[in-house]
Structure formats: C-alpha cells, structure tokens
Write a protein that binds this ligand. Structure first.
Ligand SMILES: *Cc1c(COP(=O)(O)O)cnc(C)c1O
Length: 436
C-alpha cells in the first residue's frame, strides 16, 4: 500500500530543523542533506533498520540513500553493530597501531586488484587529497587532470566543476578557494578521450595524474563508455602519468574489487571510502608499492591523522568486508537492482515521462530528460523541477531518495523483493504526479 501526502505528519522534523538552523549553517553538516535542490525541509532521522529509515515523527521510508553509499548491508546490520560494540568496549582510540588495521589492510589488498599498500584515513576527501599529493610527490610534477561533474570531496584543488552538492547547489567551484590552488587542476569533459590526449600533449611532462571516478556517480550515474577507462590507461602509460581511480563510491559496490575489477583496468592508485567504513567515518588510499612507499614514514610525502585507523571504524569495516564475501551477495544486489530498474522504466513509460536510465550493479539513476546522458553537459540538461516533484511524491509515499537529480539510488542487501515492488508501485503514482 502506498500512502498519501496528507497522512504524513512532519511537525517534529520541522521544529528540529528550525532548532538546527539556529546553530548550524543551513541546519546541516553536509549541504546535500538540506533539500535545497528539491525544496521543502529535511526529515530528521530517529533510526534505521534494514532498508527502512524512521523519522522523528514516526514515518517509515524505504531508503535508497543508504547514507550516500556506505550501507550496502542496510541499516544496523547485526554483525556490524556487534563488531562496533565489541571494539568500543576495548577502547575507542589509542593513537598506536592495532592488529585490526593490518587485518583490514590485508582484506583491501587481497580484494582490490591494483592495491599493494594502503593507508587508512577518515574521509573520502582526505583520501583523494592525499592520493593527489602522493602522485605529485612521486612524479615531481604539479598538474592533475579531473573531469567535469566528478566529485572527489571538498579539498581545495579538486573543488572545480565538481559534482554532487557542488553541482546540486549550482556552485561549480567555491568562494574561499584561491585561484592559485586550482591553477594546476585541468578540467576536461567526462567520456572524452580526445580531450585527454590533446591536453596530455599540450602539457607534456607536467601532468602528475589523472583522477577519475571510473563510474561517475556524482552527476547522477554516468557509466564510462566502453573504450574510456582502457583509453585513459593507455594514455597514462604513453605520458608517464599516474592513473588514480576514485572508487570511494564504487569500491566494493559494483564488484568485490570495485570498478577496476568490473572493467579490467588497473589504475596506479585507488581511493576508497563509504562501504569500506561500514557507516563509520573512514576511507583509504592505496596503490602500487613503489608509489605508496613515498608516504611518510616510509618516504618523504607527509600525511597523517590522529584518528586514522580508528578501532571502531576498523571493526565496522572488517565486519562489512566479511559480510560481502558470503555466497551470492553481488548476485542478489544485481537481481534486486535489475528488478527495480525494469519496474521504474515501465512506470515511466506508462506515465509518459521521458527518462534516461543508467545502472551499474546496485547504483541506479533516472534522469528526467529525453536525450541521453554521458557527461556533465548532458546531465545538466535534465528537468530538475520535474525531478523535484517526483522526489516529493515519492517521499510522501514513504520512499526516501537522494534530494537531487544528480545523485544515485543505492540498493542494499537489506532491500527485499517486496520492498522493491512497493517502490515501483509508488513510482508509478509519483511519476504521474510529476508529469503534470
Ligand atoms: C563521497 C565521495 C567522495 C568524498 O567522500 P567524503 O567521505 O564525503 O569526504 C569522494 N569521491 C567520491 C567518488 C565520492 O562519491
């Protein structure tokens, strides 16, 4: 059964948001949470269980945000909860090495094809920022190439034509980022090898690295063209440039070893986050041994962290990694996600709403456009007002989507076939509403 808008009371969220706005900028600790792109006010969450979020007014939602990617097992997976509790009882932080760090590092090295050495950090932002520093230190070159609509966190040098919140809010770069900081950041369109070839020739001997989301997930979901990732690899080899895959979103999601396993392309360095931390603040960067041995204290490139390798985060990460080795987990994600994508496509066709759907495993996106989407420009052409109507119509029916056209839907192992059917039924109504 789907519910009608009028039955949802959101009074408590409304007053919670007012209180939050008095003490925090925009009432939130990360801009995408504030509903600015779709209008209205955010729901305040009381708890999550499996695929369901419950807000402080007691409304339930089937959740397709999953904390923006980390919760591939769903909320409060009992194995993860138990691991965190056990670790907390032993001590939240020591600032000295623990065996759990080695354990998780061994798992990462075994699972991600290109990683021989890894360093744990506290956020995806730190991972990409540090990887770029190491690439520059290793090559002795300053310039980097990134792509329009790819989001690599909010480090100064990478906050240029970025996706996610930066795109949602229409802030392609940001005040407070000095021009000098981004002067060595070259920005090119996604899925365009010719542009990369030309730029590498033009800046020969000066580019340290190409940083790319192997599957772009922060301008909606934009998969790479077939020849794109192999083409980047070849161009990097020809120009002695390091290839860095930002797999903060795709790592452990699209395959056990991430997009590099799925597409059989081996980057020199990889950034991980989200799923790796099992819902706790944790991320990592790693890669070839000779490159990673430049990192302090093995080498001269400085990078550190008081809470890096935090015992609670290690425990949550290890428990999540173990759960992902169970038989059939990626098959189940594929099956449920295919069911959802097919149902949504049918619902859109029935409602007469033009959409362009993309999906890689359990990452999905429905762009409201009658064209195809393969880069930032084509993603930007979407009807964001229609998305906003669809978003609210879904929310009213108990389906929690990311509050922006330029984000993915994430299916978790906690989503049942019934919950997917409920979602499709809600979408059939919501799309009719959005069509008007
Ligand atoms: C989420 C994300 C980041 C940033 O991670 P934070 O933990 O939010 O700093 C970087 N890169 C990609 C591809 C992401 O999806």
């Amino acid at each position: 059964m789907t519910r009608q808008a009028t039955q949802l009371s959101t009074q408590k969220s409304t007053s919670a948001f007012q209180a939050a706005c008095r003490v925090m900028p925009g009432g939130v600790n990360s801009p995408v949470r504030a509903f600015q792109a779709v209008g209205g006010e955010p729901r305040f969450v009381a708890k999550g269980a499996g695929a369901v979020l419950t807000d402080i007014d007691g409304n339930d939602y089937i959740d397709y945000v999953g904390s923006w990617g980390p919760l591939i097992l769903g909320h409060t997976d009992e194995r993860v909860v138990a691991a965190i509790n056990k670790a907390a009882a032993r001590g939240a932080s020591f600032g000295a090495p623990t065996e759990q760090e080695t354990r998780l590092a061994e798992i990462v090295v075994a699972r991600v094809p290109s990683i021989e050495r890894v360093r744990f950090v506290n956020s995806g932002t730190e991972a990409t920022m540090s990887a770029v520093r190491v690439a520059r230190g290793f090559t002795g070159r300053d310039r980097i190439i990134k792509f329009e609509g790819c989001y690599h966190g909010h480090a100064d040098s990478l906050l240029v034509k970025a996706g996610s919140g930066a795109m949602t809010l229409g802030v392609p770069s940001s005040p407070g980022v000095p021009a000098g900081t981004t002067a060595d950041t070259l920005v090119l369109p996604y899925n365009d090898l010719a542009a990369v070839r030309q730029t590498l020739t033009q800046h020969a001997g000066r580019v340290a690295a190409i940083l790319v989301e192997p599957i772009a997930g922060n301008m909606g979901l934009v998969p790479p063209n077939d020849d794109y990732l192999p083409g980047l690899r070849t161009l990097c080899d020809e120009h002695d440039v390091l290839l860095i895959f930002d797999e903060v979103m795709t790592g452990f999601r699209v395959a056990p070893g991430g997009a590099q396993e799925l597409y059989h392309v081996r980057p020199d360095m990889t950034c991980l986050g989200k799923i790796l931390g099992g819902g706790l603040p944790m991320a990592a960067y790693g890669g070839r041994r000779d490159i990673m041995d430049c990192v302090a204290p093995a080498g001269p490139v400085y990078q550190a962290g008081t809470l890096s390798g935090n015992p609670l985060a290690m425990a949550a990460g290890i428990a999540t990694m173990q759960a992902l080795t169970e038989d059939g987990v990626y098959e189940q994600l594929e099956e449920r996600s295919a069911q959802l994508a097919a149902g949504l496509a049918g619902a859109a066709a029935q409602a007469g709403v033009a959409v362009y759907q993309t999906r890689v495993g359990s990452m999905l996106c429905m762009f409201f456009t009658d064209g195809s989407v393969h880069d930032f420009a084509t993603a930007s052409a979407c009807d964001t007002e229609r998305f906003g109507r669809y978003f609210h119509a879904m929310l009213d029916r108990g389906i929690y989507l990311a509050p922006s056209q330029f984000e993915c839907m994430f299916v978790s192992l906690a989503h049942s076939a019934e919950q997917i059917d409920t979602t499709i039924a809600a979408a059939a109504e919501a799309l009719r509403e959005a069509a008007q």
